[in-house]
Design a protein. Structure first.
Length: 140
């Protein structure tokens, strides 16, 4: 398989909604949890997720911002993203990435107390599709 460009990878990832977001705990272990990318399919190397400000995940990111995202698509299509997470508490930024499905988790929408957005900027992206794979060049 020839090396994929970032737009080609984004197209291949279009149907993947759930990722496993992994952080480093205070004890140095790795903690992972499923997160939805809320229909964000125009992937350009940056992902956005919403969670509770008091969560262990947020505490982990405050201590060490380096994270991993693991995506699995149909059959044997897998994507591994290494990146740096930033915590955003600005409601104007929330609006740019908010979808109606999030109201199921945060009943007052972007005005829900204790919501934080996690922005993950990719440093490295690897993908596999069966026996073929590669790394995407990032210009982020």
């Amino acid at each position: 398989m020839p090396t994929m460009s970032l737009p080609e990878l984004a197209d291949a990832m279009r149907e993947i909604d759930i990722t496993m977001l992994s952080t480093f705990t205070d004890g140095g272990l790795i903690a992972s949890r499923p997160m939805s990318n809320n229909g964000e399919v125009a992937y350009e190397g940056t992902s956005y997720y919403f969670t509770w400000a008091q969560s262990r995940m947020v505490k982990d990111i405050e201590r060490n911002p380096f994270v991993h995202l693991g995506f699995q698509g149909s059959k044997t299509f897998l994507v591994s993203v290494q990146g740096k997470a930033t915590l955003i508490r600005d409601k104007a930024q929330f609006e740019k990435h908010w979808t109606p499905d999030l109201d199921n988790w945060f009943e007052d929408g972007i005005d829900t107390d204790g919501v934080v957005m996690i922005k993950v900027a990719a440093d490295r992206i690897h993908y596999w599709d069966g026996e073929d794979g590669g790394e995407v060049e990032l210009n982020v």
